[in-house]
Design a protein around this ligand. Sequence first.
Ligand SMILES: Nc1ncnc2c1ncn2[C@@H]1O[C@H](COP(=O)(O)OP(=O)(O)OP(=O)(O)O)[C@@H](O)[C@H]1O
Ligand SMILES: [Mg+2]
Length: 258
Amino acid sequence: MSDTPILELKGLTKRFGGLTAVGDVSFKVSEGGISGLIGPNGAGKTTIFNLITGVYKVTAGEVLYRGNPIHNREPYQIADAGVTRTFQNIRLFKNLSAFDNVYTACHTSAQYGIVEALCRLPRFRREERALKEKTRGLLEIMGLSDRADVMANNLPYGLQRRLEITRALALDPKLLLLDEPAAGMNPDETLNLMKLIGEIRDRFKLSVLVIEHHMDLIMGVCEHIHVLNFGCTLADGSPEQVAGDPRVVDAYLGVEEE
Ligand SMILES: Nc1ncnc2c1ncn2[C@@H]1O[C@H](COP(=O)(O)OP(=O)(O)OP(=O)(O)O)[C@@H](O)[C@H]1O
Ligand SMILES: [Mg+2]
């Protein structure tokens, strides 16, 4: 793990009219690390993802990716730079197969031009073969090979979540942002996902920031946790430090999970 954080938020603030959704939040994600972002409903977690990925413009503060400010860039530029995400509400092409969902995502890296594609010139055919190979490889790693031909809509919910992560991986991220990846999963699926997130980090040599409501997931997989409450930082540290912080217990751990 290098000392330079892959992501650093400095005094990040987002106001919607009179509401401060995120107020002066600062934390870092280590290169190669898995960090967690937790907090009760409405704490500002998804807003932070939207600020990192350029969906929202910041009101104040900075988002540094590998030391460079990205908060004034467009979402596609941030994705091109290697920051990809999944969404709290699954966003898949419901009527495409699992294979095609990943295959279409892989095409963002295709180099051939329209003429090469229309005339099916050698470079087009070569690249298409490579992209199909890449798609098959990703589905295999993510345990979805035997469902490649199943329409996304017909996959069990837990596998749809997995497919969304697979699509995000198809964009070759360096930093992967996961917004409640275990939402709606049963305990077995959650446990499997927990292991998978660690495997993904090791295999693809990327860094992960994960939002989660399942305390087990976040504690088991993250090396570092940032806790938000009403848009502000409540605690920041190792899972043990955070879990032992009385303010966190009061604000978050003490309340019943959804
Ligand atoms: N586009 C918007 N316009 C106005 N208010 C917004 C907007 N997006 C988020 N908010 C508000 O900002 C606050 C933080 O919302 P956010 O979705 O970031 O919370 P969250 O921590 O992700 O919650 P949850 O756990 O329910 O997903 C909420 O009060 C929300 O209503
Ligand atoms: Mg959210």
